[in-house]
Design a protein. Structure first.
Length: 189
């Protein structure tokens, strides 16, 4: 049984989800879509819904690993119930077979990556400047030429994301394409 993806619990809007779904569909067969920071899986489900049969989505999150300190207000990213909600929502959305789950810290997963070349990277893990920079540095070697790199929560109160993206663009590591949905920094490698 599948559900309307917008009815899933998560932190993205329907417009962000539809943006992710549309762009996931543009990733060429044989390449990977990698999501850094999956929370309860709403964005994961949208990515999987858009990905062609020849593209696998990799959801990377530390969830309840020892040492994970992630949290924001009342949101408990490190609670084992969050990881279970992720699993349940993948089942409800029908995305389970399209998603490979990697429970690991996002930069460590990038340093250890042995999967296919990455055609789309969605960065939505720790929003601190140092973590965003470390995530990009770890995953950059795996990006295909022209890969789409999308950073969630650009602008506004997320100064770490904004500073990191602006510096990566200034250093010619990425080309800034546009701001989408009022919060997504859409870049190309």
């Amino acid at each position: 049984m599948t559900v309307n993806l917008d009815s899933l619990e998560g932190l993205i809007t329907a417009s962000v989800g539809e943006f992710l779904r549309l762009h996931a569909g543009r990733v060429a067969d044989g390449y990977a879509i990698v999501e850094l920071g999956s929370y309860k899986g709403k964005s994961t489900a949208y990515l999987a819904a858009g990905a062609s049969d020849g593209v696998q989505v990799y959801a990377v999150d530390a969830w309840d690993l020892p040492g994970n300190q992630a949290g924001w207000g009342a949101l408990r990213f490190t609670d084992c119930a969050t990881r279970e909600a992720f699993r349940q929502q993948l089942m409800l959305s029908g995305a389970r077979d399209k998603v490979t789950v990697i429970q690991e810290f996002t930069a460590a997963a990038g340093r250890e990556w042995s999967g296919p070349p990455v055609g789309m990277l969605y960065v939505d893990a720790d929003h601190s400047y140092d973590s965003v920079c470390a995530d990009f540095a770890a995953w950059a070697p795996h990006l295909t030429p022209g890969a789409l790199v999308v950073f969630d929560d650009y602008g506004g109160r997320n100064k770490g994301v904004t500073q990191a993206v602006n510096e990566l663009v200034s250093a010619d590591e990425l080309e800034f394409l546009r701001l989408a949905c009022g919060r997504l920094a859409v870049c190309a490698r």
